[in-house]
Each structure stands twice: as C-alpha cells, then as structure tokens.
Design a protein around this ligand. Structure first.
Ligand SMILES: Cc1cc2nc3c(=O)[nH]c(=O)nc-3n(C[C@H](O)[C@H](O)[C@H](O)COP(=O)(O)O)c2cc1C
Length: 224
C-alpha cells in the first residue's frame, strides 16, 4: 500500500510539473509575441486589409523582402499589379534573383512601399544581389518583425504589406507569383508620402498633383 501511494503521489507530482512547464512556455511565447507586436506598432499603424489595394494600384516601385534559411533579403520590384481588392497582388520575381528561391520555398514575403527620399537607395538595391551581401546592413534598412509572415517589414518605408503566396501555377512559365496581403502597416508619422514609378529605362516619375474624381466613381463607391 505505501508503495502504491508513493507511485500515485509521484504521478500527480510529475503531472503538476508538466502543467507548470507548459503554462510557462505558453506565457513566454505570448510575451515574446506581444513584445514583437509592440516593436512594430511603435513605428507602424495597422491599416484595414480592404484598403491595401490602394497602395499598389498607382504602380509604385516597391521593395520585396524575404527571409529564408535564417537570412533576410530585399529586392526592388516594379512588375506588379492588383488583381483583386482583397488584396490579391500579382508580381514577377525573376528566377535569376536571389529572392526567387526564398519566395518560392517559404511562400511568404513583404511588399514595402518606399517614397521619393529613398529613390537612389531603392535603385541601388535593385542593382546588387543578396547572394553576395546583407542588403539590410549595406543600405541601412531597419527590419521590423511582421506578424503573419517570416519576412521582415522595413521601418524606413511608408507602408508594408505582409503577403502569402497563394498561387504558383504561373511561376514556371512567367516567374509570376500570386500573393494575398494578410496584414498591412502604414507609418502615420511620415511626412514624405510621395511614391515613384519606373519608366523602365532608369528614369522615374514622382507622384504629382492628385485629382479627386471620387464623386464620379458611382459604380465603385462600396469598395473605395
Ligand atoms: C527599378 C527597378 C525595378 C525592378 N523590378 C523588378 C521586378 O519587377 N522583378 C524582378 O524580378 N526584378 C526587378 N528588378 C531587378 C531586381 O531588383 C534585381 O535583379 C535585384 O538585384 C535582385 O536582388 P536579389 O538577387 O537580392 O534578389 C528591378 C530593379 C530595378 C532597379
């Protein structure tokens, strides 16, 4: 009998210890996630997902970040477009780019929107490869943790869209990835908000005057 009580007490004791351990692990991961959120939220404010298509619709030159095998990378991209409001975004990441393998394997990325004050840096980022260097260090970019993907946000950018690859059927043929935006961040404090657009030959157009024709958008008033 004493032998039996001893074993039961031991079992209860081990069960209790395991519960305490699991509870602490869970609490620690919640604390970690909360800290991560706070760091990102210090710089960026969350934007409604339904509004994200407006960041891509004007066709700005963007930066695309990835994280693969413990290494972050960033490349410049101008071949992209909205294909739905939700937002669904199509983009070309050439197989020659170091980023290609990262986005193909992880199925995750961040589209960061730079502004005109970053123009020269953005062009330089598109003229060198993460295969040879750490571009975040070289170009003094601050990575911020994303909430839903492993790729980092860029603190210096106006906005960041966390994306998941949802369709790869046209990757082999056209290097075309279909992305879904799953979280969107915008820097509300940023003064410079003008984006820029590629002419394709090394020339760029900077955002100019905005003409407001919202009143005429009668068919689209529920989505804009
Ligand atoms: C203005 C500009 C726009 C670019 N747009 C794209 C693009 O849409 N798709 C693409 O695959 N490469 C594009 N590139 C080229 C890549 O950014 C470039 O090949 C880069 O070195 C890839 O970096 P990585 O090897 O670190 O991935 C663009 C470059 C510039 C300068």
């Amino acid at each position: 009998m004493p032998h039996l009580i001893n074993n039961t007490t031991k079992a209860v004791f081990y069960f209790y210890c395991t519960k305490v351990l699991l509870y602490n692990l869970n609490i620690n991961s919640i604390i970690k996630r909360t800290n991560m959120k706070t760091e990102t939220q210090k710089n960026m404010k969350e934007l409604e997902l339904s509004q994200a298509f407006k960041l891509i619709e004007p066709g700005p030159v963007v930066l695309l970040t990835t994280a693969h095998k413990g290494k972050m990378n960033v490349m410049t991209m101008s071949w992209h477009m909205d294909i739905d409001f939700t937002p669904i975004i199509a983009c070309v990441v050439s197989e020659g780019d170091y980023s290609f393998e990262a986005i193909r394997k992880t199925k995750q990325c961040v589209i960061a929107i730079p502004t005109v004050d970053m123009m020269k840096k953005v062009v330089d980022i598109g003229n060198c490869s993460g295969a040879d260097m750490d571009k975040f260090k070289k170009f003094n970019l601050t990575p911020l943790p994303a909430q839903k993907v492993s790729a980092p946000l860029i603190a210096e950018c106006l906005a960041n869209i966390e994306c998941r690859v949802i369709d790869t059927r046209l990757v082999n043929k056209y290097n075309l990835f279909i992305l879904e935006g799953v979280k969107v961040w915008i820097d509300p404090k940023r003064k410079e908000r003008r984006t820029f657009h590629a002419g394709g030959d090394g020339t760029f157009t900077v955002d100019g005057r905005t003409v407001d024709l919202k009143k005429r958008m009668t068919k689209w008033k529920d989505v804009i």
